[in-house]
Design a protein around this ligand. Structure first.
Ligand code: NI
Length: 169
């Protein structure tokens, strides 16, 4: 089931998400819905708070469904390693129409659990490292604009506030 994606300003996006306690059918349904919603958007990643579910769950597919077996599902993830620096343009399904250059790690290793509660580790460089940190940020109530400084951040947020005020958001 495709779920509506929340946009910047909605409380769930700015709130730290809770750990998943039960690896049950409800979690598996959530993961299915998240993948479907991400592919339909389309996007390379989606975190549960973006559909209003305050749990530490995300999905990533940097091929956006073009290559089989690239879907990553992560539950209760933690960083093992974050190293190096990359600077690339980045956007977010919850801040549609806006992009900015964001500092991200060049390589990231994340440990967590799959849909059945088995441990798993994902290692990524480049776009995958970027996506991993972007989705991890969502679980802590943080969006890419929160990593921007000064005028770049102000310009985007002022435009978003204006869209919100005029009911176009
Ligand atoms: Ni995002």
């Amino acid at each position: 089931m495709i779920r509506p994606i929340l946009r910047y300003g909605e409380t769930a996006l700015h709130t730290k998400a809770a750990r998943v306690e039960k690896f049950d059918d409800e979690l598996r349904k959530l993961l299915r819905d998240m993948a479907e919603t991400m592919y339909t958007a389309p996007g390379v990643g989606l975190a549960a708070p973006q559909i209003g579910v305050p749990l530490r769950v995300f999905v990533i597919d940097i091929s956006v469904g073009k290559r089989a077996g690239e879907l990553i599902e992560m539950v209760n993830p933690e960083f093992v390693t974050c190293e190096g620096i990359q600077l690339e343009e980045e956007g977010c399904l919850s801040i549609p129409g806006f992009e900015a250059t964001v500092v991200r790690p060049l390589r990231a290793v994340v440990h967590g659990f799959d849909r059945d509660g088995s441990e798993k580790t994902v290692e990524g460089t480049g776009l995958l490292a970027r996506a991993l940190q972007h989705e991890m940020d969502h679980l802590d109530g943080s969006l890419f604009v929160d990593r921007l400084r000064g005028i770049k951040r102000d310009v985007i947020l002022r435009k978003v506030q204006k869209l919100r005020r005029t009911g176009q958001w």
